[in-house]
Design a protein. Structure first.
Length: 385
């Protein structure tokens, strides 16, 4: 189907682009949402990733963070060790039953497995869409409360074109908001505007943007304060996504769940987390968005799966699913420990976690048979991804 047909069929209810009408003096000329050459493909990719029982494996840790993980099981941070670990993940047989997309770090997108196939081909063989982290990390935001801004817009258009050529079909950009730091108005605005600019650039290069303003778990605030900050952050994010003419049908969101701060005295039950998180999403996210793919943010494997399950006890306007890194990989890494003989057992652990979250996406997960390891929290103060 050509892009114009796509517009006619899928977005028929939308008013024609005002930009094509002659400008009248005193009237603001506004363009319509992205409807370029990739529009149809973006919608198809987003829908494929957000399909029933499926979620995303986030394995895009920077080399430094991946190194810290490897060191935690006694391995050196070498390119060979990173390659062996990531090869284990992408080539897990049957993973595509539960995982529809995998976010890669640039090194992995352009890397081969040790047997000489490309990592991208391994994912495609498994029916998993390859994705790419495109931001360039967090930097201090001057004149704020020690907050940060996310770099990476310079040259992004060319980088996205190169990533598409290499087989990536979606992208991720992670910006953060800190509740104990305020958050200050400039930090929230910068986070929201950066995400919107990135989303527009990614769509123009054929990559479905994952929009991720991570509201950090750090702090001793209660759940109502998190709700307030999340509503404010998403309101600004959607304002700028709309201002930048981003096609909502061709994006995915990666929110934090609405929980109390990690150092708050009271923990919330999964039902409470689900009620707060869904309230926030219903108030802020249009149903045109196909998928909500949560980050785990330092919750334990068990907690993040239980919370997701609680959110899928009744129908939602969007696909409500997962895009976990720590909550999918923790026991996998501990099982593997760099031993060739442990690869099968580690892949079995990955399948187990992926299936648990697939069940939770469909609201039918039970915690029967979960290990004590899966219940261990992974929160780290000031975590750097
Ligand atoms: P966690 O699930 O470990 O929070 O990581 C997800 C992610 O991609 C953060 O950007």
């Amino acid at each position: 189907m050509a892009a114009t047909q796509f517009a006619a069929n899928t977005l028929a209810a939308r008013p024609a682009a005002v930009a094509s009408r002659p400008a009248r003096r005193g009237l603001r000329v506004q363009a319509a949402a992205y409807n370029g050459a990739y529009a149809e493909e973006l919608v198809a990719t987003a829908r494929k990733i957000a399909s029933t029982g499926k979620g995303i494996l986030a394995m895009d840790e920077s080399n430094a963070t991946c190194g810290k993980r490897l060191e935690s099981v006694g391995l050196e941070n070498t390119v060979e060790n990173r390659q062996a670990y990531r090869e284990l993940l992408v080539s897990t047989p049957g993973l595509g039953q539960y995982i529809s997309g995998a976010i890669l770090f640039e090194e992995t997108l352009f890397q081969d497995t040790r047997k000489g196939t490309s990592m991208v081909d391994e994912l495609n063989k498994n029916g998993i869409v390859p994705g790419i982290k495109v931001d360039k990390g967090l930097h201090p935001l001057d004149n704020s409360n020690n907050e940060s801004w996310c770099a990476g817009l310079d040259g992004l258009s060319q980088r996205c074109a190169d990533y598409y050529k290499q087989g990536a079909r979606f992208a991720k950009w992670r910006s953060v908001v800190s509740i104990p730091a305020g958050p200050s108005a400039i930090a929230v605005r910068d986070c929201a505007y950066g995400l919107a600019r990135y989303a527009a650039i990614a769509q123009n290069a054929g990559l479905v943007p994952i929009v991720e303003p991570e509201i950090l778990l750090d702090g001793d605030h209660d759940i109502d304060r998190t709700l307030e900050v999340a509503e404010m952050t998403w309101a600004e994010t959607f304002k700028y996504l709309a201002d930048n003419n981003v096609l909502f049908e061709g994006i995915l969101l990666k929110p934090s769940m609405v929980t109390p701060g990690a150092e708050h005295a009271k923990r919330s039950t999964p039902d409470e987390v689900a009620a707060y998180t869904l309230r926030m999403l219903r108030r802020r996210v249009p149903p045109a968005v196909p998928g909500i793919m949560f980050l785990s943010g330092g919750q334990s494997e068990l907690e993040s799966t239980l919370n997701l399950n609680a959110m899928n006890q009744s129908p939602n306007p969007w696909h409500v699913s997962f895009s976990y890194a720590r909550a999918l990989q923790n026991t996998v890494l501990k099982t593997w420990k760099g031993e060739e003989g442990n690869v099968e057992a580690a892949q079995a652990m990955l399948l187990k976690r992926a299936k648990a979250n697939s069940d939770a996406q469909q609201g039918k997960y039970t915690a029967d048979g979960e290990s004590a390891e899966a219940a261990k929290g992974m929160f780290e103060k000031g975590y750097v991804y």
